[in-house]
Design a protein around this ligand. Structure first.
Ligand code: GTP
Ligand code: MG
Length: 332
């Protein structure tokens, strides 16, 4: 049974890789379908992610030039509405765009993804826009793991921009800053969001601030406060812009897209920008090691004998000492 399963996985991997690596432009639709399938496989079976992403054909074809933009903020701030308009703007410039909407399992936003689908509808016929919702419920390793793999699979297909929408509460927002090249934080004027976001640390981590829904309330105080709290430091001279938008009235969107270009330019030309990029890449390698390690140790843990577990339950040993022993043995 085990052998059959591994043959199946390899067949799937090879077939997907074959479709991924088509060179001909006319085959773009097949590549997109393969991407979609690959992501579903990766979501359902985390073992496939390393197999696909470490495939030699994939690494030689991978250019991975896509710029990853994280769009985060509290529920209802207007992230999806803005994302939709950003896609329009990027498409006007001829850029290929992939969008990942990370569906938080939080009941707060239940149904949001359906809404997003409806809103994104106008892009569905555009072959150069790839839209995907990523559910986090039950996914092994949570949102970040499946999303990270999906993003890497998408970057192989040479998208210019990969937009990742995630709700800025809980864990996912700090994960997004370690994954995205630019993190955009979407706020609403006079909402008191700052306090909640300050606690989560995201307020300090964003590269671009957006005060959306400016048609509804006066945003000047909030903009002022943000500007005072986000000054560049000696090391990093990037001055995070604080932009005013109204997604409802389609205002401020081109300025927002321009800020992506400026941030990219800054990162390319500054020492610290390059250092941060290196840090993100190193972190990505680490995350991948953790994926592989989890697979290995999941099996090892099953093999711990009952006597040992009994000792653990009686408090005669600790989970950490068992873990440490297993780990030392494995890395020798
Ligand atoms: N008046 C006004 N309404 C807006 C604006 N932007 C978004 N909205 C509305 O605000 C509501 C929430 O917008 P979404 O784009 O779904 O917000 P979101 O941040 O993606 O929400 P979640 O994904 O649930 O976290 C929708 O009803 C939008 O139509 C804006 O600039 N002005
Ligand atoms: Mg949304």
């Amino acid at each position: 049974m085990k052998i059959k399963q591994s043959i199946d996985i390899n067949t799937i991997v090879n077939s997907l890789i074959g479709k991924f690596c088509l060179e001909n432009v006319d085959q773009w639709n097949s590549q997109i379908r393969a991407l979609s399938k690959a992501i579903t496989f990766v979501e359902n079976d985390p073992l496939l992610a390393p197999k696909l992403l470490a495939h030699p054909n994939l690494s030689t074809n991978a250019t991975m030039q896509a710029r990853i933009i994280g769009i985060t903020g509290l529920p209802g701030a207007g992230k999806s509405t803005l994302t939709n308009l950003i896609v329009k703007e990027l498409r006007k410039l001829g850029k290929k765009v992939a969008i990942f909407a990370v569906d938080p399992s939080s009941s707060l936003t239940g149904g949001a993804i359906l809404g997003d689908r409806v809103r994104m509808h106008e892009h569905f016929r555009d072959p150069h826009v790839f839209i995907r919702s990523m559910g986090s419920r039950g996914a092994l390793g949570g949102v970040a793991r499946a999303t990270r793999s999906a993003i890497r699979l998408a970057s192989v297909l040479n998208f210019d921009y990969i937009l990742v929408e995630t709700v800025g509460i809980g864990q996912s927002e700090s994960e997004i800053t370690s994954l995205a090249d630019s993190t955009v934080l979407v706020l609403m004027p006079n909402s008191g969001d700052e306090i909640q976001l300050m606690k989560s640390g995201i307020l300090q981590l964003a590269n671009i601030y957006v005060v959306n829904k400016c048609d509804l309330a006066d945003s000047s105080r909030m903009i002022q406060e943000l500007m005072e709290n986000t000054a560049p430091n000696e090391e990093n001279q990037w001055h995070p812009p604080v932009l005013k938008t109204s997604a409802a009235k389609n205002e401020g969107i081109s300025e927002l897209v321009n800020s992506f270009f400026q941030h990219e330019e800054y990162e390319k030309n500054s020492h610290i920008g390059q250092e941060l990029r290196t840090l993100r890449l190193r972190n990505e390698v680490l995350q991948n090691i953790l994926i592989l390690a989890e697979e290995v140790f999941r099996e090892k843990v099953k093999q711990i004998n009952d006597v040992e577990i009994e000792k653990l339950s009686l408090g005669k040993t600790t989970a950490m000492s068992i873990a440490s022993e297993l780990f030392q043995k494995e890395i020798k």
